[in-house]
Design a protein around this ligand. Structure first.
Ligand code: NAD
Length: 334
């Protein structure tokens, strides 16, 4: 089968490309390198350094494809209230060009990587797929708007779609020199440099972390099974709910380091407790996570040690700078 993967140099997209190649599929991939690493790219695929905004290019690359996995996005939830133009353009607008090209080329199934940010602030955890989402920031709003437009156009043009809602994925190949996102990767990169983790707020925010291979297991099924068509499915464990303080302590234990985090003010709109129910994934995808948090973090530590710790790269424009903008970014504290 011919499969197109956007964001193929990114964390999730590159692991997905590996898996699809392993299954014997012909894989076409693209990425503009805003977020991924060049060494994530599996050269057994036909890879294009291309921007998803380029509609003509998306039309060329989706030609003859049966499945499209749209993984590309600027997954910068915290930054999105300060750089709404950049984040929404590379989340909503690019989805429209990849979607339009896919429909034009009669792609059979469109698998969209949404995000738990779609839920936003809901008073009850864990979040289930039937709850009415209330996204709190431009990133979550753009993800939900993308989903809604996919549903809308599927009614008109009659293609299959499935929407994956992953959350807090960890593992090798995640960008770790990016000061704007990926809390576990940032902490490991800091602590391997002998520095203390930086935590926003009191660190009592709770999250579930999922291991990348467990997520790929679900994404694979979302392209090929009939029972997922038209479904939104949370992907990630609903046990091992940990605070950010606990996350820092677990990493400290694995690195044999005493942890005394540096605390900074809360970031605006950060959800305090976010956890998704995995019931639907268990029911439809037979989802059974195989990795514990400690095992996933160990793999990430080994990857960063092998690739080498890096200084943080302030590669993105913070569009709105005012008294609400985290000092960690304006004063480059990472
Ligand atoms: N990693 C997580 O914890 C997580 C959680 C929830 C949702 N997601 C979603 O899963 C998807 C993959 O996330 P990831 O963690 O692999 O992020 P990532 O940043 O590692 O990968 C995304 C890739 O998309 C590319 N990209 C961004 N804009 C592009 C554009 N305009 N044209 C071409 N390429 C572009 C980036 O360069 C990057 O390589 C994203 O849609 C993200 O929103 C991820």
């Amino acid at each position: 089968m011919k499969i197109f993967i956007t964001g193929a140099a990114g964390f999730l997209g590159s692991h997905l490309a590996d898996r699809m190649l392993e299954l014997g599929h012909e894989v076409i991939g693209c990425d503009n390198y805003i977020g991924g690493y060049q060494d994530n790219v599996n050269h057994k695929m036909e890879f294009h350094h291309a921007d998803c905004m380029d509609l003509a290019k998306m039309r060329e690359l989706t030609k003859g494809c049966e499945i499209v996995y749209h993984c590309a996005s600027t997954a910068y939830e915290g930054l999105s209230v300060f750089s709404p133009h950049f984040v929404t353009m590379n989340t909503y607008q690019i989805t429209m060009s990849v979607l339009s090209a896919s429909i034009e080329n009669r792609v059979r199934r469109f698998v969209y990587c949404s995000s738990m940010a779609r839920y936003g602030f809901l008073p009850v955890v864990p979040f289930t797929e039937e709850m009415t989402p209330m996204p709190l920031d431009p990133y979550g709003i753009a993800k939900l708007a993308s989903e809604n437009t996919i549903v809308n156009l599927a009614k008109v043009h009659n293609f299959e779609y499935a929407i994956a809602v992953p959350h807090n994925i960890i593992g090798a190949r995640q960008k770790y020199d990016d000061p704007f996102r990926n809390v576990a990767a940032i902490m490991i990169n800091l602590m391997l440099q002998g520095r203390q983790p930086i935590i926003y707020g009191d660190g009592e925010q709770k999250r579930n972390f999922s291991f990348v291979q467990d997520c790929i297991y679900c994404l694979e099924k979302m392209a090929f099974q009939d029972n997922v068509v038209g479904e939104v499915i949370n992907i990630g464990p609903d046990d091992e709910f940990v605070t950010i303080n606990e996350l820092a302590q677990v990493i400290g234990k694995l690195l044999n380091m005493e942890v005394k985090p540096d605390y900074y003010p809360d970031r605006p709109m950060e959800v305090k407790h976010a956890s998704c129910s995995a019931d639907k994934a268990r029911r439809l995808l037979n989802y059974k996570p195989n990795m514990t948090l400690e095992a996933g973090l160990t793999e990430m530590i080994n990857y960063i040690k092998k690739r080498g710790v890096l200084p943080f790269e302030y590669h993105l424009d913070v569009e709105i700078k005012n008294d609400k903008t985290p000092k960690t970014w304006t004063n480059r504290l990472f």
